[in-house]
Design a protein around this ligand. Sequence first.
Ligand SMILES: N[C@@H](CCC(=O)N[C@@H](CS)C(=O)NCC(=O)O)C(=O)O
Length: 239
Amino acid sequence: MASLFVHEDLPPVLDSTSNPPPLFDGTTRLYTYFPCPFAQRVWTTRNYKGLQDKIKLVPIDLYNRPAWYKEKVYPQNKVPALEHNGKIIGESIDLIKYVDSNFEGPSLFPEEPAKRQFGEELLSYVDKFVGGIYASFKSDPIKEANTQFDYLENALSKFDDGPFLLGQFSLADIAYIPFVERFQIFLSEAFKYDITAGRPKLASWIEELDKIDAYKVTKVTDPKELVEMYKKRFMAASL
Ligand SMILES: N[C@@H](CCC(=O)N[C@@H](CS)C(=O)NCC(=O)O)C(=O)O
């Protein structure tokens, strides 16, 4: 089934001066921070499944957080978090699986056992992919980027019935793309490294993802700000 995405106006961002929403009133809420790649995974999943009316976005200003968020919503004080059926659930990979399994809309995980198995493998590997690249900014980003993006290029060869990691668009693509998007910007800007050079499957994967509105509306809006943030956060010692 194709995406049920519909365009929407984004709600205002809540900060330390904002009142909490009427918590645990039966509304399902996704607490988010628009620039966060982890939260972006859940936002994209929600959009693709057409759940704009069922899961309300509650954007939080992470740099000026309302005290009630930690006290009353999510003691871990991170995003994303989902308020659903009187409970708060966190962790983006658990959440994209949860939203896919517990809400209506097109399924984002295939039925075929071989695809399910590889999908789980990709979802287990994603922290290594992300962590490896983050850690390498202080040492040898080119070497690590070669390893990690070759891994993706290789993974994209596994199924040839579509341009995505499991053939059709799935949770596996949603888990990786927010980070690939950011690494593409940063590696190009800071190291003149083009992640798609010599990787045709990766290039067409990104191109196809860019055609999916549910993802497109969640993309980085200010690449310059991202580059500055990455420099400060991951390369501070070398500045
Ligand atoms: N493992 C978590 C990571 C979430 C995370 O680190 N979110 C960041 C924003 S991108 C956050 O909330 N940081 C606030 C903090 O750590 O205080 C997930 O996958 O959801």
